[in-house]
Ligand binder design. Structure first.
Ligand code: NAI
Ligand code: SOE
Length: 382
């Protein structure tokens, strides 16, 4: 019997549920080289933690996340807390010799992200992972494989938007609207994902941000259970244009104020021979257009990415067109983490702290560009 991977988790709300589900499901759907054991979950509120642990199959729970560092059995600590906590929690766990899987963005600030990157470099025995889960939508992983195999030729344009509509004026204050806790607003929350996807699919790095605009439209928000409003000091929307080292142009747009767009995470990549296009709201599908020898049937192909043997991760799930959803991307990622911790290769590359730090530099360049109304070369952002 291979040695189990004992996992501990910090955070028990949205991502706490998504990650608990992934750690539970991974052994059911994937023939992983090692089983996973849900050891301990930690968060702030003990009264919520006890029923949470029971419901999701965690053996124990703690309202002191630091205690996880001294549990010898625990090999991997999974960080699913607000952005300002990522650095302290990851650094503590790396210092204790644990592997760390951290939620995105890597951190709220570039300085925190750099510390995490440096700590990961020093912690030679530890692996790090960042939950850029959209890489593991089969359609996005397929786009990565097709573009890297040259099916669309050389990349010319990347056009990415992440549009949501939940951040309107009636949405109350939360950590997501406070710079000290979130770092930024829609930018770190959503542009982080599409910058990561663009880097992942193209395999290229952004080398300049030519211009950016950041706006805060809703400057104060009601506070739950309290009188009066509190100041929201993060962006509601950030748009920027950039270039890749290979010469491709790119545009990125993130907002949580785009009425009617609930989770419209889209990317289109145009190359010299063809294009790929993805929209998370139809997440099982990849659109592809490539060279054809008959102009009468030229046009976009709609590929349902659920065919076992042909599409990434499809072998693990259901028969053709028995579609998968948001939570499956996390389980796919858990399966790849298990592989890496068993000295095997992930199906497609997993972002570690070094990789996510490059995304964070791009995010920082865009913020500086918006603030200073100027172009920023990535070489200026260390
Ligand atoms: P949330 O507000 O729903 O949950 C935060 C959790 O952190 C709660 O369980 C809370 O008790 C815990 N927590 C807060 N302060 C703590 C402290 N001092 N000590 C211990 N625990 C503490 O937040 P959500 O939405 O789960 O976001 C968490 C992280 O996941 C963020 O970094 C966010 O950007 C990321 N995220 C990623 C998503 C993805 O699709 N990859 C989706 C949603 C969030
Ligand atoms: C909210 O905007 C949110 O939950 C983000 O935090 C996630 O990263 C994104 O995947 C979905 O939307």
């Amino acid at each position: 019997m291979p040695r189990p991977i004992h996992v501990a988790l910090i955070g028990q709300k949205f991502m706490g549920r998504a990650h608990s589900n992934a750690w539970n499901q991974v052994g059911h759907f994937f023939d992983g080289p090692r089983p996973v054991h849900l050891h301990t979950v930690a968060a702030r509120d003990q009264s919520e933690l006890i029923p949470f642990a029971k419901r999701w199959g965690w053996d124990s729970c703690s309202d002191d996340w630091r205690s996880l560092a001294s549990i010898d059995e625990v090999e991997l600590v999974d960080v699913g807390t607000p952005n300002h906590l990522h650095a302290e929690q990851a650094l503590t766990m790396l210092a204790a010799g644990k592997h760390v899987a951290c939620e995105k963005p890597l951190a709220g600030t570039l300085a925190d992200a750099r510390q995490m990157r440096d700590a990961a470099r020093k912690a030679k025995g530890s692996k790090t992972f960042v939950w850029f889960n959209y890489r593991r939508c089969p359609a996005v992983a397929l786009a990565h494989q097709l573009v890297r195999a040259g099916k669309i030729g050389s990349v010319l344009h990347v056009r990415a938007q992440y549009l949501q509509d939940w951040g309107g004026p009636s949405t109350p204050m939360s950590w997501r609207f406070k710079k000290s806790l979130a770092g930024s607003g829609a930018h770190g929350d959503l542009n982080a994902h599409i910058v990561d996807m663009a880097r992942f699919i193209t395999g290229d790095e952004i080398h300049e941000v030519h211009g950016a605009v950041a706006r805060t439209f809703i400057k104060e928000r009601a506070q739950e259970g309290k009188r009066g409003k509190a100041r929201s000091d993060v962006d509601d929307c950030v748009l920027f244009v950039a270039s890749f080292k290979g010469g491709a142009t790119a545009s990125f747009e993130a907002t949580r104020l785009a009425c009617g767009n609930q989770n419209r995470n889209t990317i289109e990549i145009n190359g010299t021979k063809g294009s790929v296009r993805f929209d998370f709201e139809d997440m099982n599908v990849l659109h592809f257009i490539g060279p054809s020898d008959d102009p009468r049937i030229d046009g976009w192909q709609r590929i349902m990415c659920t065919s076992a043997g042909n599409h990434p991760y499809a072998d693990a799930w259901w028969p053709d067109a028995h579609v998968i959803g948001y939570e499956h991307c996390f389980t796919n990622m858990a399966a790849d983490i298990v592989k890496v911790l068993s000295r095997r290769k992930p199906l497609v590359p997993l972002p570690d702290f070094e990789d996510a730090y490059q995304t964070q530099r791009v995010l920082e360049a865009a913020l500086v560009s918006a603030r200073e109304r100027t172009a920023i070369r990535l070489s200026e952002v260390k």
